[in-house]
Design a protein around this ligand. Structure first.
Ligand code: NAD
Ligand code: TYD
Length: 337
């Protein structure tokens, strides 16, 4: 029997991960440790709240005593999803990013050491590698070159994890995944923002020329990757996960418009995000080879299901506690048209 401390479990990926594990492994109990920032939403796990192997603990990963107390609940393993995760917010104010992503990780690592956990999984991002030109892919050997305060804070956390593994023998692994999409994503991120705007016939803000490339993966495929890294990952190793599905932002926007039957006149080209990374693309051959991981969801199928989920879950969107994402880009970047 394993008892996982899943931090950030009320966010997008953490909530999908918890639902997936509870449904697929009877030998796993989950303690969801989350301080409920603007992105943390108890409604994301409303369907498992009474599950006998699930427990929610409200707590902040930067608070040493709260983290220690949570670990004393019989925790065997830690999966760290908790983070400030939105690049645009990190450009506006990097403070919460350094606090949660770097200091929070350090506090968790110390507690995991003290608690003698069997495995510590750090959920990181491909953004720590920086930006690619037209060719090539990020491998686990690509040097870290973070460009945004968000990715710099995630890279700092990754380096701490590697140092704790090396210095103290903490059995830690790092996962680095490309852009996720799927149900329960906070609607400040491209796909849920654009879908929820378009459903209401509201315009969608495309940054710069829209030619930036992202590699899209369904959130459940990321979750099975994190699970594989937890079960079979070798301490000290990094595992990349990606969708082998590169799209320019403009192509993706046009696909969303077509699938929702909306006119192209709803596109607004706005001033580019400062320091905007041009292209991300992941080589995930190591995870396929060493962890036996494989993606299950094609982009066409997953995107359609995701659109239908947002259409069918208007009350979830209406219940989101802060609405600033609706006008976020207008405050941040000048509109060009
Ligand atoms: P999210 O913003 O949807 O959720 C983050 C969760 O962490 C929220 O529930 C929030 O309340 C919680 N949290 C924040 N600060 C906390 C703190 N100090 N203590 C406890 N809880 C705290 O993020 P997400 O998209 O689900 O991303 C989860 C993880 O996956 C992050 O570490 C992110 O860097 C990584 N990641 C995300 C993507 C993506 O496409 N979304 C891709 C690769 C990696
Ligand atoms: P985002 O979902 O914020 O993820 P990330 O920046 O971590 O990759 O953005 C995905 C891409 O979409 C990124 O290139 C920025 C772009 N983008 C827009 O063009 N308009 C928007 O309103 C948002 C939120 C993102």
């Amino acid at each position: 029997m394993s008892t996982l401390l899943v931090t950030g479990g009320c966010g997008f990926i953490g909530s999908n991960f918890i639902r997936h594990l509870l449904a697929t492994d009877r030998a796993v109990s989950v303690i969801n440790f989350d301080c409920l920032t603007y992105a943390g939403n108890l409604a994301n796990l409303a369907d498992v709240v009474d599950h006998p192997r699930y427990r929610f603990v409200k707590g902040d990963i930067t608070d040493r005593e709260q983290v220690r107390a949570a670990l004393r609940l019989g925790v065997t393993d830690v999966i760290n999803f908790a983070a400030e995760s939105h690049v645009d917010r990190s450009i506006q104010d990097s403070g919460p990013f350094v606090r949660t992503n770097v200091i929070g990780t350090q506090v968790l690592l110390d507690a995991a050491r003290e608690g003698g956990v069997k495995k510590y999984v750090q959920v990181s991002t491909d953004e720590v590698y920086g930006s690619l030109g037209a060719d090539g892919f990020f491998t686990e050997a690509t040097p870290l070159h973070p460009n945004s305060p968000y990715s710099a804070s995630k890279a700092g956390a990754d380096l701490l994890v590697q140092a704790y593994e090396h210095t103290f023998g903490l059995p830690a692994v790092i996962t680095r995944c490309s852009n996720n999409y799927g149900p329960y994503q906070f609607p400040e991120k491209l796909i849920p923002l654009f879908v929820t705007n378009l459903v209401r016939d509201e315009p969608v803000p495309v940054y710069g020329d829209g030619q930036q490339v992202r590699d899209w993966i369904h959130v459940l495929d990321h979750c099975t990757g994190v699970e594989a890294a937890w079960r079979r990952g070798k301490p000290g190793e990094v595992y990349n996960f990606g969708g082998r599905c590169e799209k320019t932002n403009l192509d993706l926007t046009l696909t969303l418009l077509d699938l929702l039957g909306k006119p192209r006149t709803l596109i607004r080209y706005v001033k580019d995000r400062p320091g905007h990374d041009r292209r991300y693309a992941i080589d995930c051959a190591k995870a396929e080879r060493e962890l036996g991981w494989a993606r299950q969801t094609t982009f066409d199928q997953g995107l359609l299901e995701t659109i239908n989920w947002y259409k069918a879950n208007a009350t979830w969107i209406a219940g989101i506690k802060t609405k600033d994402y609706l006008t976020y880009y207008e405050n941040q970047y000048d509109r060009l048209q």
